[in-house]
Each structure stands twice: as structure tokens, then as C-alpha cells.
Ligand binder design. Structure first.
Ligand SMILES: Cc1ncc(COP(=O)(O)O)c(C=O)c1O
Length: 429
């Protein structure tokens, strides 16, 4: 239980306290319940597929820190690795073995990725990859896709999915027009024109910040071809897909090799990590050897690299296969349960990533995702699921993240809750 402090030990009391000292009561807008209504639950602990709130309620957690957690909460292998690393010192400002091992593991698994530099978040990874692309090509323009999210760096906040979309913001205030003057936003799943003013095209190979949207056949191959013809770099943002979609992430999954990668989430095992990587000749532009500056006091932090290595070591190819199978069965069960209540539903599944759209038609781009979100069914379903002890992300543009500890039995309870929740909101409608 939490510290009752100046009020009763309830979610409402904790959120009231939070709102006094934290803008909106949350440290990241995606945690807000602004688009679904109600009061966020304040978490005191997690274990495997579950989290518990300050009121002692248990939820099956499909948020899993938005994909940062793959082995379930408080997995003993991760806990032991972090404790052991902490006992040896938390940060040094000098090279450590852990960062070398994690970089070797990433390069060893992602085909074509020869070097990586570790940072502390996915935002930093994407921002730095774009800077490298600009430094390497000597060009300024960046092409991104509507509904893809690459963190909150100024140049990449145009047409973002995830929290920006959930809150209905067209883009973000506070970003100077000049900062996005060289950002071109194109529709996902259509190969855009790429000319010799373009430094890079950045893409989520499987889009997972507008729900889950698959790349159309030929889309990623088309991007590779267009970049090659124009001398632009192709950047895969694998912050979500990396080491989750499969052992070699989206790169091995789609068979197309980009010039640069962004990683995060899983590689930090639930601690703050990101990484950007690429071909050796491209990364040579980075300081100290080259003219592109990028740095970080806590980059390659020993606790985070220990946690990341523990996760990557514990989750092998057979685990990926098993999880993908479970996710596919879960998606099928969810569609059937919600469909039985005569609600329109799509549950796209890509590897272990499961999406949920209240839509008659499959969603292929941001426009489709927005149309589906506009009917308000997600918000009502979210509330009905929370009442039944299932925590989904409080916004319609997020993926569900079943992981190692979401057994078939656990997922069956979610499907059962989904059927009851769907019935309840149909009756109330
Ligand atoms: C694809 C993608 N890129 C980048 C980011 C930014 O990562 P972070 O939140 O660690 O800054 C996210 C975060 O959700 C993401 O999903």
C-alpha cells in the first residue's frame, strides 16, 4: 500500500495529490484518462501480467509500460540483474562492460546493424538518428508518416500518433514553425515522393501508435527503393517492434535493411534506455570521430544495460513463437467476444502486438484509425474492462502488449471480461 499522506489511500486521493504537483497529474500524457474519463489508478506494484493499485485492486495489465516490459512485471531474472548491478554502482561516466555486451547483442541480432550508440529514451534515439541522417547526407528534409510516433523531439512531433492523437492535438504548441519546416508528413502505406532534398525517411515498419496497422505489401520495399534512388537514408523506428516482433525485430521480419535504426523499450528491460544504430560508415559521422554531436550523462547506464541483457537473454526464439501464437489466439477470441455483442470490431495482430479498433473495416492508415476512434466506443469499453479488472491503455491509439507471463489462461479471463464489457456497453447504448 502507498503512503496515505494527507488523504485516504484511494486512487482519487492520490490523483488529487498528483494534480497539485504534477501537470495533469501524470508524467506522460498517455497515462491520463482525459480521453476515456475517470480517475487513473495509482500503481503500487506489479507481478507478471498483473498490477495492483493503492486500493488493493488487481488488474490484468495489457499496458506493460507501453511495451517496455516483455517478461512481465518484476521478473526475478530482471530484478536480480538490476540488484546486482546496483550493488556495483549505478553510473560512472566511463565505459562499462554492460553497454558493450548490450551493443553486441543488438548488432548480433539485427541484420545489417553494425554499430549502436545507447541513449536513455526512444525520443533521444529517434532525434539522434535524424541528426545523423542529416549530418551524413548534408540534407535537411525528413519524411515521416501520419500516425507514426517517434518521440517528442520538435522535428518529429508533426502528425504524431499515440498521446498526441489521443488528446486530439493536431501537433504540439511550443514547436516553432521553423523546427518542422523540413518535416514532411505523408500518409502511411503509400510510398511518398523522395527527392535529393530528403535526408531520411523514418517509419514504424509495423505502426503501433495508431492502434496496430500492418505495412501494405510492397510499402517498406518501396521506401527502400525510393530512398536508394534519391540517396536518402531509410530509418526504421523499432522502439516498439525491436526484439518484440521477433528475435531480429521488424528488420528480420520484413527482410528489408534500413540505413539507421532506433530502439528502446524492450532493450532496457523496463529501465530507461534507447539506442540508435546503423551501418558503420554512416555512424562514423558521430562525435568523437565525426562532426555530428550527440551525448548523454546516463547513456548506457549500468542498471539499464543489466536489465536489458537479462530480458534479451531470457527470451529466446521459441518464446517469440509461443507468444505470437498466444497473441493470435487472443486476438481471435477478443474479436469473437466483442463481435458477439454486435459491436463493430477489428483486432489486427502482428507478431505479439494486438490492436483493437471498433470499426467495421480493417484500418490501414491514420485516417482509418481516427474514424474508428471517433465513435467513442473505445472509451466506454475501456471503462467497462477496468471495472472487470483489465487494464488497457487509456487511449484508442495504443497497442496491447501481451508478454511472457500472459498465459492462455490469463488471456482467456481477458476475453471473458471483454465479452461481458461489450454486452454491458451495448445495453447501455
Ligand atoms: C515507435 C516509437 N518511437 C519512439 C518512441 C519514444 O520513446 P520514449 O517514450 O522512450 O521517448 C515511442 C514511444 O512510445 C515509440 O512508440
Amino acid at each position: 500500500m502507498g503512503d496515505p499522506g494527507d488523504g485516504p489511500d484511494t486512487n482519487a486521493a492520490w490523483f488529487a495529490r498528483a494534480r497539485r504537483v504534477i501537470p495533469g497529474g501524470v508524467d506522460s500524457p498517455v497515462r491520463s484518462f482525459a480521453s476515456v474519463g475517470g480517475t487513473p489508478y495509482t500503481v503500487v506494484r506489479g507481478e507478471g501480467p498483473y498490477v495492483w493499485d493503492v486500493e488493493g485492486r488487481r488488474y490484468v495489465d495489457l499496458v506493460q509500460s507501453y511495451g517496455a516490459v516483455l517478461l512481465g512485471h518484476a521478473h526475478p531474472v530482471v530484478t536480480a540483474a538490476v540488484a546486482s548491478a546496483a550493488a556495483r554502482g549505478t553510473t560512472f561516466g566511463a565505459p562499462t562492460e554492460g553497454e558493450v555486451r548490450l551493443a553486441e547483442t543488438i548488432c548480433g541480432r539485427v541484420p545489417g546493424c553494425e554499430q549502436v550508440r545507447l541513449v536513455s529514451s526512444g525520443t533521444e534515439a529517434a532525434m539522434s538518428a535524424v541528426r545523423v541522417a542529416r549530418g551524413y547526407t548534408g540534407r535537411d528534409r525528413v519524411v515521416k508518416f501520419a500516425g507514426c510516433y517517434h518521440g517528442h523531439a520538435d522535428a518529429l512531433l508533426a502528425g504524431g500518433g499515440s498521446g498526441v492523437a489521443t488528446l486530439g492535438l493536431p501537433d504540439s504548441a511550443g514547436v516553432p514553425r521553423s523546427a518542422v519546416a523540413d518535416t514532411v508528413v505523408a500518409p502511411y502505406n503509400v510510398v511518398p515522393p523522395v527527392d535529393e532534398t530528403v535526408a531520411c525517411v523514418i517509419v514504424e515498419v509495423v505502426a503501433a501508435n495508431m492502434g496496430v496497422v500492418a505495412p501494405a505489401p510492397g510499402f517498406i520495399e518501396g521506401l527502400r527503393r525510393s530512398c536508394d534512388e534519391a540517396g536518402a537514408l531509410l530509418v526504421f523506428d523499432e522502439v516498439i517492434t525491436g526484439f518484440r516482433l521477433g528475435p531480429g525485430g521488424a528488420t528480420a521480419w520484413c527482410g528489408v535493411t534500413p540505413d539507421l535504426w532506433c530502439f528502446g523499450k524492450v532493450i532496457g528491460g523496463g529501465l530507461p534506455v534507447g539506442a540508435f544504430g546503423g551501418r558503420r560508415d554512416v555512424l562514423e559521422v558521430l562525435a568523437p570521430g565525426g562532426p555530428v554531436y550527440q551525448a548523454g550523462t546516463l547513456s548506457g547506464n549500468p542498471l539499464a544495460t543489466a536489465a536489458g541483457l537479462a530480458v534479451l537473454g531470457a527470451f529466446g526464439p521459441a518464446d517469440h513463437e509461443e507468444l505470437n501464437g498466444r497473441a493470435a489466439r487472443f486476438a481471435g477470441g477478443l474479436a469473437e467476444a466483442i463481435g458477439s455483442a454486435r459491436l463493430p470490431v477489428q483486432t489486427p495482430v502482428m507478431g505479439p502486438l494486438v490492436g483493437l479498433f471498433f470499426s467495421e473495416e480493417p484500418v490501414t492508415d491514420y485516417e482509418g484509425a481516427r474514424r474508428s476512434a471517433a465513435n467513442g466506443l473505445y472509451a466506454r469499453f475501456f471503462g467497462a474492462m477496468l471495472e472487470r479488472g483489465v487494464a488497457l491503455a487509456p487511449g484508442p491509439y495504443e497497442a496491447m502488449f501481451p508478454g511472457l507471463t500472459h498465459s492462455d489462461a490469463v488471456l482467456d479471463t481477458v476475453v471473458e471480461a471483454a465479452g461481458a464489457a461489450a454486452e454491458a456497453i451495448t445495453v447501455r447504448a
